[in-house]
Design a protein around this ligand. Structure first.
Ligand code: CTP
Length: 403
C-alpha cells in the first residue's frame, strides 16, 4: 500500500507548459489512494483546463479568491485549503511562482494558500535551462529550502524552448516515487521491527473438536496495520481468525495452538524491537489429544487439562532491548492486578481491558482500555474504535522511541 494512501494532497499548478502533465499526476495520486484538491494560478488555465483537473481529482478546482463567473460566488478560503492538506505540492513550479513564494507575495490564491500551509511543502520546478541556473532562481530555491520546503529536482532533456538541458519538470511517476520515498523515510516507526500476536488459539481435544474462545483477532490486526502504516516492519502471528490484512507489507504467520504461537513468537522475538501480545491464548489444553474422534458412549465425560506456556511471560524472561506490551483482562482490583502483571511478566506497558464497560472486549468493534506503564503511569482512555485504541498503543511506542 502506498504511503500516499489516505493522504490529502493539495496540488498547486503554476503556468508552465509542464502543467499538461498534471492530469496524469492527479490520476497517479488518486490511484495511490490519496485525496486531491487543485489550486491553479490564473495563467496556468491556459495550459490545462480546470474541468480536466476537477474531473480527475473529483473535486472543484480553485483559481481565484472567488469564482467570478458564478452567481452567489463564494470566497475561496486559502486558509481552509491549506489546513485541509497533509502535503502541498507545487507542480509545475515556475520561476515566477517560486520567487513569489520565496518572498512571501500573496497576489493570487495559490501563493496565498502556500503562506497559510502548515504541512510539508514540495516543489517540482519547471523552466528553461538558463532560468533554472539563474542566481535569482537559485536564491528562491535556497530561501524555500530554509523555510523547510523540499525541491524535487528538475530533470534533463528536451525543453519546450527547443533547447536541451536541465529544467524539465520531473515526470509524474518520478514525482510520486520521490514523495513516497521521502514520506516513508520520515515515518516515525521506520526501521523498527514489531511482532504482534492476535486472535484465539484452538487446543485440540480430538481430530474434530477443540477448546477455543471468542476472540476475533481484531485488536491485534488493527495494531499490526497501524504499526505498518507508520513505517514498522510488522510480523503478525495470528491464531484462527477470519480477518485479512489490508496492508500487504505485514508478514502474517497463521498458527492454531498455543504451542505453535509460542514457537513462532520465539522465532521472531530476538530480532524484534517491540512485541505486542494481543492474542487471547488458551491458558489450558487437553493433556491428551485423542487420535480418533471420541464417541459419546459415556454418560459423563471428563477432560484433563494442563497449562499452556505463557508466551508473554516467556518473552519477558528473555527480553533484552525489546519494548514489551501485554494485555490484561481483569474483573476485580483491576489496576492493582495489572500492575502486578507488569512486574511478573517484565513488561513495559500493559493494556488493561475492563469487562465492566459496555461495548468493550471480545466481538465488539470498540474497546475501552487503560494504559499502565512500568513506572506506574496510568492513562484512562475513552471508549473508542479498536483502530483508535491501536493508534493509542502505537503512539506510546512512538513516544518511547522519540522521547
Ligand atoms: N498470554 C500469553 N500466553 C498465554 C496466556 C496469556 O501470551 N498462555 C498473554 C496475552 O496475550 C495477554 C496477556 O498474556 O497479553 C493476558 O494475560 P491474562 O490472560 O489477562 O492473564 P494471565 O496472565 O493469563 O493471568 P490470569 O489468568 O491469572 O489473570
Amino acid at each position: 500500500m502506498s504511503v500516499l494512501s489516505g493522504k490529502k494532497i493539495l496540488l498547486g499548478i503554476s503556468a508552465g507548459i509542464a502543467a499538461y502533465k498534471t492530469a496524469h499526476l492527479v490520476r497517479l495520486f488518486i490511484k495511490a489512494g490519496a485525496r486531491v484538491q487543485v489550486v491553479m494560478t490564473p495563467a496556468s488555465k491556459d495550459f490545462i483546463t480546470p474541468l480536466t483537473l476537477s474531473t480527475l481529482s473529483k473535486n472543484p478546482v480553485h483559481s481565484g479568491f472567488y469564482d467570478h463567473d458564478q452567481e452567489n460566488a463564494q470566497w475561496n478560503n486559502h486558509v481552509e485549503l491549506a489546513l485541509w492538506a497533509d502535503l502541498m505540492l507545487i507542480a509545475p513550479a515556475t520561476a515566477n511562482t517560486l520567487s513569489k513564494m520565496a518572498n512571501g507575495n500573496c497576489d493570487n490564491l495559490l501563493v496565498a494558500t502556500y503562506l497559510s500551509a502548515k504541512c510539508p511543502v514540495y516543489f517540482a520546478p519547471a523552466m528553461d535551462l538558463d532560468m533554472y541556473k539563474h542566481p535569482s532562481t537559485l536564491a528562491s530555491f535556497n530561501a524555500l529550502h530554509q523555510f523547510g520546503n523540499t525541491m524535487i529536482p528538475a530533470e534533463s532533456g528536451e525543453l519546450a524552448s527547443g533547447l536541451s538541458g536541465e529544467g524539465r519538470m520531473a515526470e509524474p511517476e518520478n514525482i510520486v516515487a520521490f514523495l513516497e520515498a521521502d514520506l516513508e523515510s520520515k515515518l516515525p516507526l521506520k526501521g523498527k521491527k514489531i511482532l504482534v500476536t492476535a486472535g484465539p488459539t484452538y487446543e485440540a481435544i480430538d481430530p474434530v473438536r477443540f477448546i477455543g474462545n471468542h476472540s476475533t483477532g481484531k485488536m491485534g490486526f488493527d495494531i499490526a496495520e497501524c504499526a505498518a502504516k507508520l513505517g514498522a516492519e510488522v510480523t503478525l502471528i495470528s491464531g484462527p481468525s477470519h480477518l485479512t490484512l489490508k496492508n500487504q507489507a505485514v508478514a502474517i504467520i497463521r498458527v492454531v495452538s498455543a504451542e505453535e504461537m509460542y514457537q513462532a513468537a520465539h522465532q521472531y522475538f530476538p530480532d524484534a524491537d517491540v512485541a505486542i501480545c494481543a492474542a487471547a491464548v488458551a491458558d489450558y489444553r487437553p493433556s491428551q489429544v485423542a487420535n480418533q474422534k471420541i464417541k459419546k458412549s459415556e454418560a459423563q465425560f471428563t477432560i484433563t487439562l494442563e497449562k499452556t506456556k505463557d508466551i508473554l511471560a516467556s518473552l519477558g524472561e528473555i527480553k533484552k532491548q525489546q519494548y514489551l506490551i501485554g494485555f490484561a483482562l481483569e474483573t476485580e482490583n483491576e489496576i492493582e492486578n495489572a500492575k502486578l502483571k507488569i512486574k511478573k511478566k517484565n513488561l513495559d506497558l500493559i493494556v488493561l481491558n475492563s469487562l465492566q464497560d459496555a461495548g468493550a472486549g471480545f466481538g465488539h468493534p470498540t474497546n475501552k482500555v487503560t494504559l499502565i506503564d512500568s513506572e506506574g503511569r496510568i492513562e484512562n482512555m475513552e471508549l473508542k474504535s479498536k483502530e483508535a485504541v491501536a493508534a493509542d498503543i502505537i503512539n506510546k511506542i512512538i513516544g518511547y522511541y522519540h522521547a
